[in-house]
Ligand binder design. Structure first.
Ligand SMILES: [Fe+2]
Length: 511
């Protein structure tokens, strides 16, 4: 069904934040909207710099577009006039360019384009000021006493000289065996104006001659991966979900045999976690030992005040509400810790009664919903520091604890705005002594707006965990909760450290 213009503008509003250091302006989707081919869902905006690098913004598809359309487009850029009024395919991408006007000297002043991705996405746009050849565009890079202008994947970036010197990967300044820097001290007090900047013949490497005689060589791909915000380098794209999506597609699942015995199975478990923030391993023996073996394929068990592998029933042995039969609203764990556990793992070993279903809510989907509905409320939650605590009296079973931590409810990437962490646990909030009186009403308003989204039935997924299924939850993204229950319910599980599982995901090329 064709998307209306209003929807296009709404869509554009929710695109990832524009990195401030990129010089190419964003152009909103506008009159280029193309009714004739708009039967597919998805609308994107494209910007075109004066350097003829069309760049397409598609949430969660940036990397593919970067390596697909943009590279392909740029490498063929010297033939722009020849490509006009033609369709160009790059794997699953198909782009159609239409020339609007050709000026003398081969410069295209306007063009329109449309894009189909995997037969599912559609884009149409018109833009202006396209120079004639890619080589000319790139060789126009400049430098001065502050920065070097580099064209990276369609963006003209002004990279500060001090950053380039600090990130030099020459053997003199970087140990490639240990992947550690060899420190170049007192960078800030020196003049790092290059004496010369040149590109390799194939335009893949930029070399900078410094005034002290040192030369730095940078592959443009390396710069794009490392100077751009992290969102550009994510390999497995996140998929935000709600009740409807999980109901139609089910929970992402890997079999016990695949997970334990194959590299592909383990990689799939990690891919599920990167994409959805949850994964299930099915067919696991219903025991603590088997659960531990499953989690140790991913990371070592993180010891906390609750021990390593835990086995709990509603015996009230600890202060936490988890040790009761009460229902629990959606929350993340360990908000009272400086670094909350990365993964939460559950297996239900036994339940003879009723109730006790597990609640799952995609926190990032909830935050995206809030950001779309009320961006100022979202901003309040990224800036307001909220205290959380865990108190447990000393007794026969406990030496006593009082954990306390300060943190914002939402953490985002400082440049790209990408969501990094949700800390949401209304149960564990400590007295709010971190907010100035004038700002307190705005905080409660924002927190309650998020709470209402989280408790919306459309966002809730309820699952009855059965013996044999080990559920992994990204505790920095997905919230969990529980329905009240009766009967004998025995759960086992543990926490896994974030650094470990993220490291493994990187090693598998997923991030
Ligand atoms: Fe919990």
């Amino acid at each position: 069904m064709p998307l209306k213009m209003k929807q296009i503008h709404q869509f554009n509003k929710f695109l990832p934040h524009r990195p401030a250091h990129l010089t190419t302006p964003i152009q909103k989707p506008h009159h280029g909207y193309h009714h004739r081919t708009a039967e597919k869902s998805g609308v994107f905006s494209v910007s075109s710099s004066t350097a003829c690098h069309g760049f397409i913004y598609i949430p969660n598809l940036w990397r593919q577009i970067n390596s697909g359309i943009v590279n392909g487009f740029c490498t063929k850029n010297s033939h722009v006039p020849r490509l006009l009024n033609q369709s160009i395919s790059f794997g699953n991408f198909k782009m159609h360019l239409t020339c609007r006007q050709l000026l003398t000297g081969g410069t295209v002043s306007q063009f329109s384009s449309s894009l189909v991705f995997n037969k599912r996405f559609f884009f149409s746009h018109s833009s202006a000021h396209v120079s004639s050849t890619d080589k000319q565009a790139v060789s126009s890079a400049k430098w001065n006493s502050s920065f070097v202008e580099v064209s990276l994947r369609g963006h003209t970036c002004r990279i500060p000289n001090i950053w380039l010197r600090d990130h030099c990967r020459s053997n003199k300044l970087y140990n490639h065996k240990t992947h550690q820097k060899i420190l170049d001290l007192e960078l800030s007090s020196q003049d790092w104006t290059p004496s010369a900047v040149s590109y390799s013949e194939d335009m893949t490497v930029i070399s900078i001659q410094w005034k002290d005689g040192h030369v730095s060589h940078f592959k443009l791909e390396w710069l794009a991966d490392n100077y751009f915000p992290g969102v550009f380098s994510r390999h497995a794209q996140r998929v935000y979900w709600n009740h409807k999506m999980i109901q139609s597609e089910g929970l992402p699942t890997v079999t016990y045999t695949e997970h334990m015995e194959t590299d592909g199975g383990l990689t799939q478990s990690l891919r599920n976690l990167v994409k959805y923030g949850i994964t299930v391993v099915k067919g696991v023996p219903a025991s603590v030992a088997a659960t531990q073996a499953v989690v140790e394929r991913v990371a070592y068990v993180q010891e906390t005040l609750f021990g390593k592998m835990w086995l709990f029933t509603a015996d009230g042995s600890r202060s936490d509400t988890a040790f009761t039969t009460q229902s629990l609203g959606a929350h993340t764990d360990n908000t009272y810790m400086h670094t909350p556990a990365g993964l939460q793992v559950f297996q239900c070993l036994e339940h003879s009664g009723s109730g006790g279903e597990t609640l799952l809510v995609d926190g990032f989907h909830a935050l995206q919903t809030l950001q779309r509905a009320d961006s100022s409320a979202f901003d309040v939650l990224t800036k307001t520091v909220v205290p959380h605590e865990y108190k447990e009296d000393a007794g026969d079973k406990s030496p006593g604890y009082h954990l306390y931590n300060l943190g914002t409810v939402v953490t985002v990437h400082p440049v790209s705005g990408e969501l990094i962490q949700l800390r949401f646990n209304p149960y564990d909030r400590a007295p709010l002594n971190t907010v100035r009186p004038d700002d307190i009403p705005a905080f409660y308003e924002a927190y309650e707006k998020l709470s209402r989204i989280i408790s919306n039935k459309d966002n809730e997924v309820w699952v009855k965990l059965k013996p044999g299924s080990v559920l992994f939850i990204d505790n920095w993204r997905v919230m969990h909760g529980r329905a009240a229950f009766d009967g004998n319910r025995v759960m086992c599980g543990c926490y896994l450290p974030r650094e470990e599982w993220i490291s493994l995901a990187r090693m598998k090329g997923l991030m």
